[in-house]
Ligand binder design. Structure first.
Ligand code: ARG
Length: 583
């Protein structure tokens, strides 16, 4: 169970008072949100406006009427047009809640509301024989943040990379491999296996373009692989091997949480025929004249969903259906989330619809499978030079981008703080933080253009700004020397406006995580952390901390700084970003 926050307490109070007033009409679904303007208090509710409809009365009259019984020693209530109630917590209540934050420590912001529920999160779906490029970055970074968000709320989050290791492109690769000079193969593989694989793939494609007959040969190579031909199997296994090593290496470099599965598309081969059988039997799928097997979704503007192509080959869609079945059986998921770019939204709409038509149940969920599946789509990340594309051979390798990020970060750090020990380690944390935060701070659906100056700036809405703020706070605490155990009972305090706002903001953290989880939207958390860092900066520029001579006040400020630093650190962790103690 989650402990009651001040907001929960307030909500319960409002509900009770409304019940008294509205009686059998029931409690409307009122909001209790943070007002945009700080002067409007810590929370505001639209309950009077909501009630006005059902009670057929003036909202302002209702607001006045509710305000009286809602008066409490823990908060002040005020009425605001056209029918809101604003609440401002007393300073003592805020300080008491602040102490609870400090007691929670690393656990601050976590909860167990998701206990017993399994959430499948699929991301960083690399393809065999291709090196990871920056197109994979968003999926990795967003997926990892989502896994962390779910874990923080007590869900059992399971991750899978759904490796792209199957399909007709392997016929092309096999044909290209065999056409290459064996001596050259050995040499090139040792130097850079991906350069070799990309090269044979590109060359073989060109040959096929010139001589379309050759496509049949490529198909035959894939068919042989499917039948388990020893030679093809061996070459394919080698490709899988080098690619999986690279995947692990990249995941580690990015600091992703460990994956629970790297289940390749190839592993679903055996599960596919029964699915096709079932679809035909249930009259969901039909044979076409060219012997393809499809599900007609044209009346729903979803086109034809192809299970088996006219040449008998299985499809990507069919493999995804098999994947759902497998995951239901193995993990009994409550939600099944795919972090995949927006180009595949049509595919996922088809997939969920077909799963519905086939009657796939959501195991362990009250909802049917088609609603437990969710496509978390994201837009493209571009570099200013232009779009990223593998096919044209202009792909920007993930490694190249990360190397560049570290190099830039090191230069910035050397300039800002030439004395910093372990500058290389900090540069790695800052470079990675800059790249990840740039991604996560944008609404995932928008296309973004990555710019070094923007991402690496120590000012504004950037990862380094948050990391720098954290390091500043920690440095104050190091100099402060007061351990929190010494903190005496702080009572009858009178908070400065910025202190009140900062504490109130810190306390909001658990609500923010809830919002980010519901929308699978890490940018909500990013925006919050940015606001927190901004107010923290305002706070320590406006008020003395270590120089404050009033002991009560100094203690209180140290508490505020400790809680703010803790919230920044916990929040950055949930985003997958490290927080160096010094930078
Ligand atoms: N490997 C695929 C591609 O590169 C993405 C996989 C997305 N996930 C899925 N379950 N279909 O296009």
């Amino acid at each position: 169970m989650k402990s009651m926050t001040l907001r929960d307490i307030l909500r319960e109070n409002i509900s009770q008072v409304i019940e008294g007033l509205a009686g059998s009409l029931g409690v409307p679904n009122f909001s209790l949100e943070v007002p945009e303007v700080a002067e409007h208090g810590d929370y505001a509710t639209n309950a009077p406006l909501m009630l006005a409809k059902s009670l057929e009365r003036k909202p302002m009259d209702i607001a006045e009427e509710l305000a009286k019984p809602l008066a409490d020693e823990r908060w002040g209530v005020s009425v605001a047009a056209p029918g809101f109630l604003n609440f401002t917590f007393t300073d003592d209540v805020l300080v008491a809640a602040l102490k609870e934050v400090l007691e929670a420590g690393d656990g601050w912001g976590t909860s167990t509301v998701g206990k017993g529920k399994t959430v499948m999160v699929e991301y960083f779906q690399l393809n065999i024989a291709k090196r990871p490029h920056i197109g994979h970055l968003r999926s990795a970074v967003i997926g990892d943040a989502l896994k962390r968000i779910f874990l923080s709320q007590g869900y059992h989050a399971v991750s899978d990379t759904h490796v792209g290791d199957w399909g007709t492109q392997f016929g092309i690769l096999l044909l290209g491999y065999k056409a290459a000079e064996q001596e050259q193969v050995k040499k090139e593989i040792e130097i850079d296996p991906f350069a070799f694989l990309e090269d044979i793939y590109a060359r073989e494609n060109k040959k096929i373009e010139m001589d379309p007959e050759r496509r049949t040969l490529a198909k035959e190579e894939f068919a042989k692989l499917e039948r388990g031909d020893t030679e093809n199997r061996k070459i394919w296994e080698w490709m899988v091997d080098v690619s999986m090593k690279k995947l692990e290496e990249s995941a580690e470099r990015l600091g992703l949480l460990p994956f629970d599965e790297h289940k390749g598309e190839s592993s679903y081969e055996k599960e596919m025929p029964p699915i096709v059988e079932e679809a035909l039997q249930k009259n969901v799928a039909t044979h076409k004249e060219d012997s393809a097997i499809v599900i007609d979704l044209t009346s729903e503007k979803l086109d034809e969903a192809v299970l088996i192509k006219s040449d008998g080959a299985s499809t990507y869609l069919l493999r995804d259906l098999a994947t759902i079945k497998y995951r239901q059986e193995k993990w009994k998921f409550w939600k099944n989330i795919y972090v995949v770019d927006v180009r595949q939204s049509h595919h996922f709409r088809q997939l969920f619809r077909v799963a519905e038509l086939l009657g796939y149940e959501g195991v362990g969920a009250s909802e049917p499978a088609y609603r437990t599946g969710r496509h978390i789509e994201f837009g493209f990340m571009k570099l200013p030079e232009g779009a990223i594309s593998t096919r044209k051979g202009t792909a920007i390798a993930l490694d190249a981008l990360l190397d560049e990020a570290e190099k830039h970060a090191l230069a910035v750090i050397r300039e800002k703080n030439p004395e910093l020990p372990h500058a290389d380690i900090v540069a790695r944390q800052v470079g990675m933080g800059a790249v990840k935060y740039f991604d996560l701070s944008h609404n995932r659906k928008s296309d973004i253009t990555f710019e070094w100056e923007k991402a690496l700036s120590f000012e504004g809405n950037t990862g380094p700004y948050l990391q720098y703020t954290y390091a500043r706070l920690k440095s104050i605490l190091r100099k402060g020397g007061d351990s929190l155990d010494d903190i005496k009972e702080i009572k009858n305090v009178s908070l400065a406006d910025v202190e009140h706002r900062l504490i109130s903001l810190v306390l909001r953290y658990s609500l923010i995580i809830e919002h980010a989880l519901q929308g699978c939207a890490p940018h909500i958390l990013a925006a919050y952390l940015y606001e927190l860092a901004s107010v923290a900066n305002e706070f320590y520029h406006a008020l003395p901390v270590l120089q404050e001579s009033d002991e009560q006040k100094r203690m209180l400020r140290i508490m505020i700084i400790t809680a703010t630093a803790l919230t920044l650190k916990n929040g950055l962790y949930v985003l997958g970003i490290e927080a160096p103690e010094e930078m």
